[in-house]
Write a protein that binds this ligand. Sequence first.
Ligand code: ASN
Length: 562
Amino acid sequence: MMENGTVPEKNNAVLESRVLIIMTGGTICMRPSPSGFVPARGFQEQCLSRVPTFNDGSPPATIDVVVNAAGDIKSHPSLRTPQTTYGRQVRYTVFEFEELLDSSSIDAKGWAEIAHTIEWNYTLFDSFVVLHGTDSLAYTCSALSFMLQNLGKSVVLTGSQAPMLELQNDATDNLLGSLVVAGHFMIPEVCLYFNNKLFRGNRSSKVAASDFAAFDSPNCPPLAVTTSMRTNVNWQLVYRPRSIQQFHIQTNLDTKHVACLRIFPGIQPEMVDAVLRLDGLRGLVLETFGAGNAPHGQDNAMTKVLADAIKRGIVIVNVTQCLTGSVSPVYATGMSLSNAGVVAGFDMTTEAALTKLAYLLALPDATPDCVARQMSVSLRGELTASSQPVFQHPIHTLPDRVQALTILGYAIAQGDLVRVQEILKTEHDWILNDADYSGNTPIHLAASSPGLPILHFLLLQGGSVHLRNRNGRTPLFLAANAGLAEHVLLLRKSGAHLHSEEQTAAHLLARRRPGVWGLAGIGPQEISNAELEEEEEEKEKSRGSDSIDGLAIRAQRVGSAP
Ligand code: ASN
């Protein structure tokens, strides 16, 4: 039994994860200049290649990076970490943006550049690390969480308080911790890793200007914590996309027509009115006192100003100035705001509320009413939905988890959808991304078992299509290998693609069964010697192994499907 994402050795060879590091700038890459610290280029060569924890000294290898919308590919020198506690090595390359920025200068254009780079390279890498300045990092995390839709892979943003080239810095630990998270755990969220903690990006705020503990997510516990022993992921908290859709991005954010205003004692209704009458303004985040309270103003003047603006079609969202807790209609001063039509932002950070507003307002067909409604609903785990019951299961020990996974595995293999649904009702949903002794998750099992409705159901529960089993195989590979065309199509619709390490074997198998492999994204190709060797290995596996992979090949041989 292995914890999610933990894949041990593959026939004595060590599995490699591929991570694209996207460098946007920030202190992490800065060097001193006469005008103060400025971002500098050459981070991989200058800062990483000489450090043994970032470079195992293996012979140089290049990896492909898609560098523009036209799909142009550039070969990049890569580095590889030594083997981690989890038995993997992380191969990575640093892709530097043309213009490296201090993050206080980043805006929606920079966010879109990050989103596009991830989209272009989505199928080439297992996950992504974004290096970014800390000043506006929480805004970027929040914006990206809305821009990246149906994200199936980990996107980890980090930076540092001191440059990597300073003797005493936090850059080394922050980057290494991010690489380990990205290289081992399929956490399909935009996350922020800092000072040994992994936070949900859209719950985070910068809380310290110079402390190494610069970030916190006061209304949501960390998704993972790194200790001296290991990185412990709180799988119960991990948010997963729950729809049959491929990964795509929405980069159009209306940041020019939203604003943020902090209420203070003595604030005049005319001041608020002046902001609300800014040319073209469509949304305002109001930072209020305590549980969402603001002064009424003489004769309710403040409430009238707000209500008038809402009637003019401006969406006003109420978030608290407090670091923890939520906006809730407890006091008369807060209730009058909601009566005026101000929307409760519950426990959203200002960063999340502002970027969410800009995202929703830019959606096609956005009306003030539907934007207002969506602001109070959790889209990416950015707020705690008060109506959702919180189930607390008894803490399972390892044998219980093994048992639960085995029972689920049998139900999947028997095509018993009702049983599968029953098990998932009572089990933690991280069981979906847990792996058995051969590294197969329930999605792997369902991908190569006949019952299509079970695969459909598990995908809708948030099972990952990207985890690889002990042989390095994705569920898509197993489905194609089993000749299950409908499974292949469903997986592809859910964003699945073959891993780059599966391509050779897939091309080879596609010669025998072009139809189903074509659906998996593989066309017929010439066989090289290397591929012939690989075929022998495949045959060996199918003969000797009792793994799903082997079974799948046997099923294909008896011609189970087109
Ligand atoms: N000014 C820097 C930035 O945000 C601060 C940092 O990265 N620590 O780019």
